[in-house]
Design a protein. Structure first.
Length: 286
């Protein structure tokens, strides 16, 4: 799947709503296709978010399904219009490749993120990013990668801020990325970001023992308006990744994450530890 082909959450949300309306009307996909003389698979593709749908198609479908709520009809037609627009990340398609994670993150309402090796991307300083990217990226691509990550971070402070629960292994704050100055700046930044009302930063301490998510980075992306579309992103060595979409598996991953959080330092203990390590790296936070 290319970035261009990957369905945005708006399209997925629209498909889910249209499917719900069709089922409430007691119609099959085949019956709807025959009514509009469409190809037999068109309704399937619309509901699975594999194709964009026009506002006119949405209007006709809702009329067939007997949906009379004017405000609701208009909201779905607006989803159809926005689902055909290019999102902000389109300009970065040269470096996004086949991973639709950025698309999903940009529309999520909540993210629960476990990172065993490095500071979560949404909480990284630019200097920390550059030190990380210098290891695996060609110099010509580093600026683009940094620009993309900084753009992603705007979700934390924008008009519709992402609710972020960020959990890191304790080794992350001790592992030097770049030099001591880079690390001290990164740790100070973590303390500042932890004060945002929509950001919860926790440390999983060394002595907390083994857990179900050992050795794998996890991002649980939740969509308040359509919970059935929640998805889990799993990343392992050298960026190999997969998505988990089945509701039962998503629930299992969420349960594992919550078990992890229950064994973490609390918010104040986390800040105290980060401040202590930062002082060793580069002086007082005050």
């Amino acid at each position: 799947m290319s970035v261009e082909e990957g369905p945005t959450i708006r399209r997925r949300r629209l498909g889910a709503e249209l499917k719900r309306c069709r089922e409430a009307a007691g119609l099959t996909q085949e019956q709807v296709s025959r009514e509009f003389e469409w190809h037999a698979a068109k309704v399937t593709r619309i509901e699975a978010a594999r194709v964009a749908v026009t506002p006119r198609d949405v209007k006709d479908l809702l009329a067939l399904y007997g949906v009379e709520d004017r405000e609701y009809r208009e909201s779905l037609m607006q989803l159809a219009r926005s689902g055909r627009e290019r999102a902000w990340w389109w300009e970065y398609r040269d470096i996004l490749r086949a991973n639709p994670f950025i698309q999903l993150e940009s529309d999520a309402s909540t993210m629960r993120n476990w990172e065993p090796v490095a500071v979560p991307g949404l909480l990284q300083t630019e200097a920390y990013m550059r030190a990380l990217f210098a290891v695996g990226l060609q110099p010509a691509r580093i600026d683009r990668a940094v620009s993309l990550r900084l753009a992603r971070q705007r979700r934390l402070t924008g008009p519709r801020p992402l609710r972020l629960f960020a959990v890191m292994d304790e080794s992350v704050i001790h592992r030097r990325i770049g030099d001591d100055q880079v690390m001290a700046g990164q740790l100070r930044h973590l303390v500042v970001m932890s004060r945002l009302p929509t950001v919860d930063v926790r440390i999983f301490p060394y002595d907390a023992g083994e857990h179900a998510l050992l050795g794998i980075a996890v991002a649980i992306l939740e969509f308040a308006e359509v919970p059935d579309l929640d998805v889990v992103y799993l990343e392992q060595y050298r960026g190999t990744h997969r998505f988990v979409r089945q509701p039962a598996e998503v629930a299992q991953c969420r349960e594992s994450f919550e078990e992890l959080v229950a064994r973490c330092l609390d918010q104040q203990e986390t800040v105290d530890l980060i401040e202590k390590v930062a002082e060793v790296r580069g002086g007082s936070l005050s």
